[in-house]
Design a protein around this ligand. Structure first.
Ligand code: CTP
Length: 426
């Protein structure tokens, strides 16, 4: 019998073996399931470990947490638990059977066997398990011929009702197809198209459907599934005609790939959402934000993009100084700014935006109101404005040290003071 765990690194293998050993002691059957099994067979790295137990997952998770010295998070309402190790999380769930009371409804869940659990899943390639108990450690359990589909690069549903049971699978089919370089096999594609035609996606609460869409936006190369969805009219759930600017989206993707790992903390999918909805009216953006219950950051970034595109026109001009860029970009979210950087075809605009992100947005003055008050200037709005002006001069490189900062501020205050009436104390 082939041990499919042999393809994993030593640490993960030992770790899974230990889980199996503990399950033997507790007289439970335990399996690695779903995504990680697919990725083992497809030779792809996947750090998520999803484990199914024929028995009480929560009780077993508590036991494991003790013996493997991990923290554990229990989700009683879902019957699941997550073991938290310093470098990985492991999800444990009781094998379950699901009944869907009506289309798109959340399923009624009951404990079941591994076979039940695999039978309720989305696609054959995601419906395989690897046994972890010692007696059959590493054995593949593949009741729906997932391995064959994996070899043939096919996305196939387990039964004809799959998209009706869970319409979010319409998005998942395209996500896996494009991520893995597979194709949705003809019968499944037929069911897919029928489900779209009948608008099955209306049977799912919009925020839940959108959460699945966000997974597409969060893919490493989201443009592939986005284009495929567009081609298949799979973006109809937005309920508005979308006319994406693909060139802008491509630029955004290229610039994001360069940015990856450079320490910019941004929800990557958000940039693609802004780019996707770039041509849409503000009223529609507002509606979309409400219907899908977008977060405040998402809504703000989306609504900012119209104003931001106007700012981009100024930033693209030769005469745009670094301090002008600072003022233009200052109020926008990081996602909006990265979107602009991706969107522009002007190299110098891109360089100006990068300079703002890496350098100018962090510039601070070394002086503040306290020094100016010691020199006899009264605290006022004008003082704030003068300090701001000095900051702009510093950003433009016209001020090099603390003494120059103080001199520039004094000059500005005196000038303004003379013009607007003296406001020097005493
Ligand atoms: N699943 C399903 N139907 C859904 C969501 C999930 O059948 N609507 C099942 C699939 O078997 C899937 C598993 O639950 O493999 C875990 O779901 P998820 O974490 O979303 O998918 P992964 O396959 O792990 O994908 P990824 O690699 O993107 O994490």
């Amino acid at each position: 019998m082939k041990n499919y765990l042999n393809q994993l690194d030593q640490t993960t293998r030992t770790f899974l073996k230990n889980i199996g050993r503990e399950a033997d002691r507790s007289k439970l059957r335990v399996y690695l399931v779903g995504g990680p099994v697919r990725d083992i067979l497809f030779n792809k790295k996947n750090l998520d470990l999803d484990i199914v137990i024929e028995g009480d997952a929560i009780e077993f998770a508590r036991h494991l947490a003790k013996s493997l010295k991990a923290n554990v998070k229990i989700y009683r309402e879902f019957g699941t638990a997550t073991l938290l190790f310093p470098h990985r999380h492991v999800d444990l769930v009781t094998a379950r059977r699901e009944d869907y009371p009506h289309r798109g409804a959340l399923p009624v869940v009951m404990p079941g066997t591994l076979r039940d659990d695999l039978g309720r899943r989305d696609f054959t390639i995601n419906a395989m398990a690897i046994a972890l108990n010692q007696g059959n450690l590493g054995m593949l359990i593949d009741p729906f011929a997932g391995q064959e589909d994996l070899k043939a690069k096919k996305i196939r549903v387990l039964h004809d009702q799959s998209f009706a049971d869970d319409p979010t699978r319409l998005l998942r089919a395209v996500r896996f197809e494009q991520r893995l370089g597979f194709h949705v096999e003809p019968k499944t594609l037929g069911l897919w198209k029928m489900a779209m035609k009948q608008k099955f996606y209306h049977n799912v609460k919009p925020p839940r459907y959108f959460a699945e869409f966000k997974k597409i936006l969060g893919e490493k190369i989201p443009l592939k599934p986005l284009k495929r969805l567009y081609q298949l009219k799979g973006l109809a759930f937005f309920k508005i005609a979308l006319n994406p600017d693909w060139k802008a989206l491509e630029n955004v993707q290229a610039s994001m790939n360069q940015t990856n790992g450079k320490g910019l903390r941004v929800q990557p999918g958000l940039i693609y959402l802004i780019a996707l909805l770039g041509n849409v009216s503000d009223a529609s953006k507002e509606k979309i934000s409400q219907r899908f219950q977008l977060t405040r950051e998402e809504r703000t970034s989306l609504l900012q993009s119209t104003k931001a595109l106007k700012a981009l026109q100024c930033i693209s001009q030769k005469s745009c100084s670094p301090s002008r860029v600072y003022r233009l970009l200052g109020g926008f979210s990081l996602a909006t700014i990265l979107f602009l950087r991706g969107k522009t075809s002007s190299r110098s605009a891109r360089q100006r935006i990068s300079r703002f992100l890496t350098q100018d947005q962090h510039v601070k003055l070394n002086i503040n109101g306290t020094q100016l008050k010691l020199l006899g200037f009264a605290s006022s709005r004008r003082m704030g404005q003068a300090l701001e002006e000095v900051l702009y001069q510093k950003i433009d490189g016209r001020i090099k040290n603390d003494r120059q900062e103080l001199m520039a501020a004094q000059q500005l205050l005196k000038r303004r003071g003379n013009k607007n009436g003296a406001f020097r104390k005493g």
